[in-house]
Every structure is written in structure tokens, then in C-alpha cells.
Design a binder for this molecule. Structure first.
Ligand SMILES: Nc1ncnc2c1ncn2[C@@H]1O[C@H](COP(=O)(O)OP(=O)(O)O)[C@@H](O)[C@H]1O
Ligand SMILES: [Mg+2]
Length: 214
């Protein structure tokens, strides 16, 4: 399975400016792609295109898979810069929610949540309420939740943007190792941190509306 953005141009409503200028990016299952580029260059927009949340005005975005190919939004889950865990619920509950919404039974969802928390190094914090966790720990809970959604790709938009460098590396490693442990989940991560990017299997840059290999 592969996410494809092919020669994409995006026009947001009520703007007369194009964002991205025929930008192309493909992401395969099992790979991790770091997306770099100046602020406002269209990194988040490209992620939204790959997640099926923004439809390109020109070009195409789709899942390349054996027919019937699923929709982009059904194969992608999100990790955002601001952590959005439920503060009063335990780390375990926060993660289990993702599996529960998939229709998994409660015991199975909790078992999977424990496994995903272990993959991000938080097995010991499973029963703590989210509000007592640090920023880096919370972001790892959100990563575990994204992985527990069972979707083949995780789109992470500056997931370490609020964290110091050392914590960023712990969180990024949790994301990459968790993805590898979750049967080869593909990862796209927008980052400004070159060392975070270096941990990924591939790095691209968005510049002048195009995606460049780097
Ligand atoms: N919902 C929106 N409506 C209008 N313009 C937008 C919207 N989202 C982003 N943009 C514009 O698109 C350009 C690219 O934004 P974005 O993809 O967020 O860049 P980056 O993530 O690289 O900082 C910016 O000029 C931004 O103002
Ligand atoms: Mg952005």
C-alpha cells in the first residue's frame, strides 16, 4: 500500500494564492519520511492532502493499493503538535479508545493498548491519568493511540515542536519503533529538527511549492 500525491496544487477557499505548485510525494508502507521546509512552505498542507482532508485543485491524491483501494482518510491517523489526550482518563484508556472506535472488544482494546504503550516505553505509566504525564510522555501516549487505530500510515505534524531536543529524540524513536512494531506502519513526520529527520529512512524538503529529495 502506498500514499500518493501527484503534481498537487492546493487552493484554500477565499484565497487567490496557490499552495504547493505541482508537488509530488509517495509514501510506502514501512518507510518513514521526514518533511522539512520553511514555515509556510506547505508542509502541513501536504500532510492534509496525504490524509485526504484537503482535496487538490490540480493533480491527484490517492491510495495506491489493490482494488478496491481505500480512501486516504481511512488509512491514515494523526499525531499533532499539540497533544490532545483526555486529561482525566488514564494513559491506557486514552490509547484503548482508538481500538474501541474500531469496534474491537473492551478486553482486546485494553490488551492492545498495553502493547502499544509498551512500544513507546510507557508500560509503567498505563494507569496514570494523562494530566500527570510530562509533555513528552503525553506525546508518546498520542503516538500509541495513533498506532492503536490500526491504520497503515501515521501522519505526524511537528510532533516534537513543543519539546526540547532530548525529549524530541525519545518521542521520535517511540514513533519509529512503534510504527515498526505495528506491522510496518508508514510514517510521515514534519519536523524542523535535522536530527529527527536523520532518524527517518528518507528526507524530503518542500521549497517553492515542490517536494525535493534531500
Ligand atoms: N485553511 C487555510 N486557509 C487559507 N490558507 C491556508 C490554510 N492553511 C494554510 N494556508 C496557507 O497555506 C500556506 C502553507 O501553509 P502550511 O501548509 O500550514 O505551511 P507549513 O506547514 O509549511 O508551515 C501558508 O501560506 C498558509 O497561510
Ligand atoms: Mg505546518
Amino acid at each position: 500500500m502506498r500514499l500518493v500525491a501527484d503534481q498537487v496544487v492546493v487552493r484554500y477557499p477565499r484565497t487567490d494564492r496557490d499552495v504547493l505548485a505541482g508537488a509530488s510525494l509517495t509514501v510506502d508502507a514501512g518507510e518513514s519520511v521526514a518533511v522539512l521546509g520553511p514555515s509556510g512552505s506547505g508542509k502541513s498542507t501536504m500532510l492534509s492532502v496525504l490524509g485526504g482532508l484537503v482535496r487538490p485543485a490540480v493533480g491527484a491524491a490517492y491510495v495506491d493499493a489493490a482494488p478496491p483501494a481505500p480512501r486516504l482518510r481511512d488509512v491514515t491517523s494523526w499525531v499533532l503538535q499539540t497533544t490532545n489526550a483526555l486529561p482525566e482518563r488514564s494513559a491506557l484508556d486514552n490509547v484503548a479508545l482508538a481500538a474501541l472506535t474500531r469496534g474491537v472488544s473492551r478486553p482486546a482494546a485494553h490488551a492492545e493498548a498495553r502493547e502499544r504503550l509498551a512500544q513507546v516505553g510507557l508500560a509503567a505509566r498505563a494507569d496514570d491519568p494523562a494530566r500527570v504525564l510530562s509533555g513528552g510522555e503525553l506525546q508518546r501516549v498520542v503516538i500509541a493511540r495513533a498506532l492503536a487505530g490500526g491504520r497503515p500510515f501515521v501522519l505526524a505534524d511537528e510532533p516534537t515542536g513543543q519539546l526540547d531536543h532530548a525529549t524530541s529524540m525519545v518521542v521520535l524513536d517511540a514513533l519509529l519503533e512503534g510504527a515498526a512494531g505495528a506491522s510496518g506502519t508508514g510514517v510521515v513526520v514534519v519536523t524542523h529538527d535535522p536530527e529527527v529527520a536523520a532518524r527517518c529512512t528518507r528526507t524530503v524538503r518542500i521549497e517553492d511549492g515542490k517536494v525535493l529529495a534531500s
